[in-house]
Design a protein around this ligand. Structure first.
Ligand code: FAD
Length: 351
């Protein structure tokens, strides 16, 4: 991947987001990224927010929603090839959009789809990718630190921050010599803006020409994750259990039912095979931001805290008064969860 010249870099403009949709419904990450793009664009000179919507038979409600969350322009690629996610057609479509429109910044959600799509597209358009970012800022890239580059101080780079080495360090990465500056971003981290009802975006229909470039692969069957349980990223109250709870989560389920919450857990619980990965909170699980987070029998390892510290109220129950979870908790109860949790459930039911 060779470095671009300054003249080439100058051709790239605006902040683009991949507006992920599944079954003609925008994913939460699409609106989070569009919101984040409005904040980044405000830091750049004359930059627009552009959403890229790929799919088949896409409804106008999707473009309306993207406009309400800050998109000035929506580039729509509507083709039967894009009905369900497949790596090659989606890579071809998004890479073609990048080659045609030249975005300065391209954001993709770090979802199962985005983690596949992002690297394929960045390789196709020969730029770098910072994966799983938790913070994006516009700032100066400190080239002064690199011998021979002192004079080349460049401004207004996208600074992409992500945890590294198991969350023990935080790395801030820039892509000063290539465009677009590309990142995948963790779902649940970026705050959505207040939607502006009735906002309108320019719609651009784009045809990347599939016939010549892609071979149609028949999808035999798509198995959907059918569950009536609320996604822990959408839950307002989470009752989260750790290794201290053990295999039997009945006490936590009863508390969750009494308080109208949803059960989640630490990685130790998932690794022990007691709960599915879907319920894991933390750096390698989901980032959650509920109104109330109960951390029960959870020690509070840095990788767990990374996924729940933005909760409005954190209530920790742990028998070890020195457990690090108490450092982030708003309310702490020191004691045996087997005694405290049933009492709490009774009190809530009686209230
Ligand atoms: P433990 O650390 O074993 O803590 C159990 C707690 O329960 C203790 O504090 C104990 O005092 C308390 N306890 C025991 N019995 C009782 C009782 N009867 N009543 C009250 N309290 C009791 N972890 C995550 O959670 N999410 C992640 O996404 C994640 N990602 C990781 C990524 C990497 C690269 C690495 C290296 C680690 C990651 N981890 C993650 C693991 C993390 O480091 C911890 O090992 C894990 O969070 C510990 O889970 P725990 O708190 O449930 O268990």
């Amino acid at each position: 991947m060779g470095a671009m010249t300054k003249e080439q870099i100058a051709q790239y403009k605006d902040v683009y987001v991949f507006a992920q949709q599944v079954d003609n419904e925008l994913s939460g990450i699409a609106l989070e990224l569009t919101s984040e793009a409005t904040r980044l664009a405000a830091e750049l000179d004359d930059a627009k927010v552009v959403a890229v919507l790929l799919g088949s038979d896409l409804g106008s409600d999707l473009t309306d929603q993207l406009a309400e969350y800050g998109a000035d322009r929506v580039i729509v690629v509507d083709d039967p090839m894009l009905k369900d996610y497949m790596t090659e057609p989606y890579t071809h479509a998004l890479a073609s959009v990048i080659n045609e429109f030249k975005p300065e910044i391209m954001l993709v959600g770090a979802t199962a789809i985005g983690r596949d799509l992002g690297p394929c597209v960045s390789a196709r358009v020969a730029t770098g990718l910072t994966a799983d970012c938790t913070l994006l800022e516009i700032g100066d890239f400190p080239l002064k630190a690199i011998p021979g580059k002192e004079a080349e101080q460049k401004h207004k780079q996208l600074l992409m921050t992500r945890p590294a080495f198991g969350g023990n360090t935080i790395a801030t990465i820039a892509c000063p010599d290539n465009r677009p500056q590309m990142a995948t971003v963790r779902p649940g981290v970026m705050q959505k803006i207040e939607p502006k009802k009735g906002a309108q975006a320019d719609i651009i229909k784009f045809n990347p020409g599939f016939e010549k470039n892609a071979k149609y692969v028949e999808i035999q069957e798509i198995v959907k994750n059918v569950s009536d349980v609320v996604d822990i990223m959408d839950a307002k109250i989470l009752v989260s259990g750790g290794r201290g709870v053990g295999e039997d989560f009945t006490l936590l389920e009863e508390l969750a039912e009494a308080i109208g919450g949803t059960v989640s857990c630490s990685r130790a619980v998932v690794d022990s095979g007691w709960k599915p990965k879907d319920l894991q909170v933390g750096q390698t699980g989901k980032t959650v931001r509920p109104n109330v987070y109960f951390a029960i029998g959870i020690s509070g390892a840095i990788q767990h805290v990374a996924g729940m510290e933005e909760s409005d109220i954190i209530i920790a129950i742990n028998k070890d008064e020195d457990a690090p979870i108490f450092d982030v908790a708003d309310y702490g109860i020191v004691g045996d969860l087997n005694k405290i949790v049933p009492q709490l459930t009774e009190q809530i039911k009686a209230a």
